[in-house]
Design a protein around this ligand. Structure first.
Ligand SMILES: Nc1ncnc2c1ncn2[C@@H]1O[C@H](COP(=O)(O)OP(=O)(O)OP(=O)(O)O)[C@@H](O)[C@H]1O
Ligand SMILES: [Mg+2]
Length: 252
């Protein structure tokens, strides 16, 4: 059975795609078989792996093609189901379907992935919205990973996001809050340290992982279509993401 981790926060630019890509690649480097689902019409996760975004997820959900056939091996042990702007059509279609058949509208992704075997992990990168696509990801997932940029505003957004988690739980999802990942952390500032404490107080030290420090290599890597492990294996960014990978994999 795969463990399906959904990376989501409705706040934009907090490091969702960066975390999804580096987590997925880090797990694959440990010999795990990983499927990364880019579930954002922006296609950022695909580009981050130097893969031109395709409508694979759209075909999977609307065209009834199997994820096994649509997934592309982008690195050894790492397969990608890509998205591009056409995923927005799926969002509109599912939003329309909500009125007459809410259960199947919310469960379309879970349905498409049903019976998929052979992956140790599925990692899904969501868009910065609580829309029917994000709800679908949460309905399909086992664990929610919420990146939180270590600034005040994004910490507030996270609370709103957890309301959504409650909602999908009420709708029958089994997903659990698994990880709060502080990102863009600058330990030299009092504010960042304070936010880390606030997160630990609010969620418990168990749920809050080691922070991912601000690191220019992380942004550079994305720009070059590489993961941090490929672009700057000796950077702080690589060390921080390796620690996150270990935390996730050791819990399996
Ligand atoms: N730890 C970090 N240090 C420096 N830059 C970072 C770090 N994490 C992410 N970034 C940069 O911040 C920007 C936003 O990151 P990312 O695209 O992962 O966020 P996102 O939450 O997926 O955004 P969106 O909400 O648009 O999907 C990117 O340019 C990324 O390279
Ligand atoms: Mg993103």
């Amino acid at each position: 059975m795969s463990k399906h981790i959904v990376v989501s926060n409705e706040k934009g630019g907090v490091g969702k795609s960066t975390t999804a890509v580096n987590l997925a690649h880090g797990l694959s480097l440990r010999g795990r078989s990983v499927l990364l689902i880019d579930f954002d019409p922006q296609g950022s996760a695909s580009r981050h792996l130097r893969h031109e975004p395709t409508p694979a997820t759209r075909k999977m959900i609307l065209g009834d093609e199997s994820p096994k056939r649509l997934a592309v091996e982008v690195r050894p042990n790492l397969h990608l189901l890509s998205s591009n702007v056409e995923l927005a059509d799926v969002r509109d279609y599912l939003a329309m379907k909500m009125g007459r058949d809410p259960e199947s509208a919310r469960g379309a992704l879970a349905q498409a992935l049903d019976g998929l075997r052979g992956y140790d992990y599925i990692v899904t990168d969501c868009s910065p919205a609580v829309d029917v696509l994000t709800i679908n990801a949460m309905m399909a997932g086992d664990e929610l990973l919420v990146p939180v940029s270590a600034d005040f505003l994004s910490a507030v957004g996270t609370e709103q996001h957890l309301q959504t988690l409650k909602l999908v739980e009420e709708l029958g999802s089994d997903i659990e809050l698994g990880y709060i990942v502080p990102t863009r952390f600058d330990g030299r500032t009092k504010r960042a340290r304070r936010i880390l404490e606030l997160l630990q107080d609010a969620f418990g030290e168990e749920l809050v992982t080691n922070p991912i420090r601000v690191n220019t290599s992380i942004a550079e890597a994305a720009h070059f279509g590489k993961t941090i492990f490929e672009h700057a294996p000796n950077s702080n960014g690589a060390a921080d993401y390796a620690a996150l990978v270990e935390t996730v994999d050791n819990e399996r």
